[in-house]
Design a protein around this ligand. Structure first.
Ligand SMILES: Nc1nc2c(ncn2[C@@H]2O[C@H](COP(=O)(O)OP(=O)(O)OP(=O)(O)O)[C@@H](O)[C@H]2O)c(=O)[nH]1
Ligand SMILES: [Mg+2]
Length: 453
């Protein structure tokens, strides 16, 4: 039997309520030993999921806090094991006393993600749902939280499951053919098989494509702020962040290195990268900075090209616009709208915004322009996106195996050759859901979780 684990589930900060959580065969006994119910009924005799008021006891048996306790017995709990929770006042000191008291009962400290790992091992959730738990906790925008919520509810698992089921049918057919080698595949079923495989290919392709958006949703959209020196790049970064992150002066060439900060704008998580103004320069340090600006553009999904609205566009601006044209989304941002000499962008110019970092005028237009570049699809709302590299890698392998099965089928290869590929694809999908994944690999996945989850 596995041991019993305990942890503070609410982090180490002072807050209204703090929760001690236990899971394992000794969870209810250990929680009962550190809890004195005010009603008299011992915790071990309480109903599942009923809140009981009582006192949390320190290891000497002295009451330290008035708390609510609840138990859930296996298998009807988050982990599928016996579990208990003590809702205390959220003082880190109180929680530490409670945890010590539990350790004195032979319970041990839980590692990161150990509760969810147990839930996964007991089959309460598959691996993508378990990852969604971590994504929900880490979600930095409401959109990311919604997507993770959908994944937790099984939206992604159902999509993957449908492809898997289709492949099971194909594999069953080929097994039958191998068992009865004298009967050829008739042309009718050959067509059905090809349809099943091309359906799987299509679904896997669209799933794999979804990772591009899923990645931006979870990790943030890399957004390079570029422009010639003094265009107002660092001022815009500061205005968007709401604090003076980067140095701003009227000396051209102030920013030498790239400055990166996360920020939520128009409901999208952005990784803003303020860059050195791009120009030909003899200054060695500045030249290195300009090189970094170019690299920031190469990795960007969105470029904000800053153009000073009080000055005519020069050849430097044209060069920068040209450099930025390789970035998937480009917005021209005309700066310093508050100055008397400011000229608005020509009306025919698309994706242009006039703003002032000094007064904040135009910032909401920029927000709207960014949101328009990255519309939230229905699959994102439902949580049908792949959102991490592990998932994309496994889906990619499944896709190549399905393609190779189709080619073998087209070329009239022997059934066992097709079967190897079909089963390869099933294996990769099994890794996606965690159905067949090695222990050390799952260990790495859960290591990114918080303690207590
Ligand atoms: N009036 C006004 N001045 C601005 C605005 N934005 C920037 N400036 C001024 O323009 C000058 C340059 O601003 P920065 O934000 O440092 O420009 P930058 O593009 O980061 O410049 P480098 O780092 O040198 O490439 C500073 O004097 C700012 O105060 C604005 O919206 N209104
Ligand atoms: Mg700057």
């Amino acid at each position: 039997m596995r041991d019993t684990i305990a942890a503070v589930a609410t982090g180490g900060v002072r807050c209204a309520v703090g929760i001690l959580r236990l899971s394992g065969p000794e969870a209810i006994r250990a929680a009962g030993a550190v809890f004195r119910p005010m009603g008299g009924t011992p915790l071990a005799e309480c109903e599942d999921r009923r809140l009981v008021l009582g006192w949390l006891l320190d290891r000497e048996g002295r009451p330290v806090d008035q708390v609510l306790a609840t138990v859930s017995r296996a298998p009807h709990s988050y982990t599928g094991e016996d579990t208990a929770e003590l809702q205390c006042h959220g003082s880190p000191a109180v929680l530490a006393l409670g945890l010590e008291s539990l350790f004195a009962q032979g319970v041990r400290q839980a590692g990161p993600g150990e509760f969810t790992r147990r839930a996964f091992l007991k089959g309460k959730l598959d691996l993508m749902q378990a990852e969604a738990v971590a994504d929900l906790i880490d979600a930095e925008t409401q959109a990311a939280a919604r997507c993770a919520g959908g994944q937790l509810a099984g939206a992604l698992s159902r999509k993957v499951g449908a492809v898997y089921d289709a492949l099971v049918d194909v594999s069953a057919h080929f097994h039958a053919v191998l068992d009865y080698p004298d009967e050829d595949i008739d042309p009718f079923s050959a067509r059905t098989l090809d349809e099943a495989l091309s359906g799987a290919e299509r679904d896997l392709c669209s799933l794999l494509e979804s990772y591009q958006r899923g990645k931006l949703l979870v990790e943030g959209i890399p957004c390079a702020i570029v422009g010639r020196p003094n265009a107002g790049k660092s001022s815009l970064l500061n205005a968007l962040l709401g604090y003076e992150r980067a140095i701003v002066t009227d000396i051209p060439g102030t920013t030498r290195d790239t400055v990166e900060e996360k920020c939520t704008l128009g409901g999208r998580l952005l990784r803003l990268i303020d860059t050195a103004g791009i120009r030909e320069t003899g200054d060695a340090v500045e030249r290195l900075g300009v090189e970094r600006s170019r690299r920031a553009l190469e990795g960007a999904e969105l470029a904000l090209v800053l153009l000073d609205s009080t000055a005519p566009l020069g050849p430097e601006d044209a060069d920068i616009l040209d450099l930025a044209s390789a970035v998937p989304h480009v917005i021209r941002v005309y700066t310093k709208a508050d100055l008397p000499g400011s000229v608005p962008p020509p009306p025919e110019e698309e994706h242009a915004v006039l703003l002032s970092s000094r007064t904040g005028a135009g910032l909401s237009e920029l927000e709207a322009a960014i949101a328009a570049c990255f519309p939230a699809g229905a699959d994102q709302e439902r949580g049908e996106l792949l959102t991490n590299a592990r998932q994309a890698e496994a889906a990619g392998r499944a896709l190549s195996a399905v393609r190779s099965a189709r080619e073998s089928l087209d070329m009239g290869m022997t059934p066992d050759a097709v079967l190897v590929d079909v089963e390869g694809a099933m294996g990769a999908l099994g890794e996606l859901t965690g159905r067949n994944l090695r222990e050390d690999v799952t260990g790495r996945i859960f290591a990114r979780f918080c303690v207590g989850k």
